[in-house]
Design a protein around this ligand. Structure first.
Ligand code: HGY
Ligand code: MN
Ligand code: MN
Length: 386
């Protein structure tokens, strides 16, 4: 299965660029459908663009659902997302081999647009599904080429009129378990191949629009300039200092400069800040401090409040897996979006020897990936056979 995926959406700068509704994404969606067909699972795409492979009746309700996402950040790693989908199918293989029907239906899901790499909103597919993201807003979002999501959906042959929340698909989920490569070194330090998630830290994305006066880089005296790039420099340092002060993290990973000419003072710089902390108020305080330091308000593009995974389900996983460690994460996940609307959700993490993620060097050893499949199989068996 990994070799099927290895060449899809390779990025020129290394790693993968698998943006929603791109050719790479459509290839991955076809691969998902093929995997489902090979196993005799019924395929559905919900109104939010998420793909489901069903073992059992999708309308029965109280299903045990596993899966993750197939899209990536720009120059992302191979594991963030696909490991959860591949492991879901492999766990289903093992359960199918056992030869008995589960008491609860089982599904593997590939959530659409988890990274928000193209349109800027993380967990787009699960937010649309739950109604947390309005379809009108989602359809109007533009990518870097100026194409709206509506145009991309039309090109991909999707129905714009039905795009949005899908209470029926959402209502089918009884329990959701997402397996994911760990995006830190927690399991390395704990010397364990697999762990269970306790919480997702509060996090969000903010855009600062810094305006100046465009002019000639050679003829404009320094004292006559209104250069937004100076504000941008202050913003980057303010973000770092605010994060340090509050015990949070903050990152300026994306900027857009207009007109982006070497010999012109910019008219506008847009800077995106990603900020995260253990509690939501701290994240808000970091953003307020940055806004204060530069004298410009922030536009919130997405926000995910801290999620503490349901403790009874979490403990059930830990017990079923003979006491694997429990650890929090600073990364966002569709499991968090589902948890935030009251769906019992849990996560399994697979050890990442370097801790690197959202970068080409992201890695997991094959033996640890197989330990993840074992763990997921055990969990699905425990949940779906009563
Ligand atoms: O954590 C993130 O940035 C994304 O939701 N994976
Ligand atoms: Mn990610
Ligand atoms: Mn992910």
């Amino acid at each position: 299965m990994w070799s099927d995926l290895a060449d899809v959406g390779r990025a020129p700068a290394g790693g993968y660029r698998r943006f929603v509704w791109s050719d790479a994404d459509l290839t991955l969606r076809n691969w998902f459908v093929q995997q489902a067909n090979d196993r005799g699972l019924g395929v559905r795409e919900d109104r939010a663009g998420n793909l489901w492979a069903w073992w059992g009746d999708p309308t029965a309700g109280d299903a045990v659902v596993t899966g993750s996402h197939l899209d990536s950040v720009p120059s992302g790693g191979a594991f963030d997302g696909p490991l959860g989908v591949v492991s879901g199918f492999l766990a289903v293989d093992r359960l199918l081999e056992a030869g008995t029907m589960p008491d609860r239906p089982i599904a593997v899901v590939a959530f659409s647009d988890e990274e928000g790499g193209r349109y800027g909103i993380a967990c787009g597919g699960s937010r649309l599904l739950t109604g947390a993201l309005a379809p009108d807003r989602a359809l109007a979002l533009r990518d870097d080429d100026g194409l709206t999501q509506a145009e991309a959906l039309r090109a991909a042959g999707r129905d714009l009129a039905s795009f949005g929340a899908d209470p029926e698909a959402l209502g089918a989920i009884g329990t959701f378990v997402e397996l994911h490569v760990e995006q830190g070194r927690g399991l390395v330090d704990l010397d364990a191949p697999v762990g269970v998630a306790s919480a997702i830290r509060g996090h969000g994305r903010w855009r600062f629009d810094l305006l100046g006066r465009p002019d000639h880089a050679g003829t404009t005296r320094l004292e006559d300039r209104d250069d937004p790039m100076l504000t941008q420099a202050r913003l980057v340092l303010a973000a770092r200092e605010a994060a340090q002060r509050h015990g949070a993290v903050a990152t300026v990973g994306r900027v857009r400069v207009e007109p982006n000419a070497v010999n012109a003072i910019p008219s506008r710089v847009q800077a995106w800040v990603d900020a995260r902390a253990d509690d939501d108020a701290t994240v808000r305080a970091v953003i307020a401090d940055i806004a204060n330091a530069v004298g410009v308000g922030a536009d919130e593009e997405s926000w995910t409040a801290r999620v503490d995974f349901e403790p009874v389900l979490r403990d059930r996983l830990v017990t079923t897996l003979d006491g694997v460690p429990v650890l929090p994460t600073g990364a966002g996940h569709d499991a968090g979006i589902l948890a935030s609307v009251g769906i019992p959700a849990a996560m399994l993490f697979v050890r990442n020897p370097t801790g690197v993620s959202h970068a080409p060097d992201e890695f997991a050893e094959a033996a640890d990936c197989l330990a993840g499949v074992d763990a997921l199989t055990t969990v699905l068996r425990d949940l779906a056979w009563v």
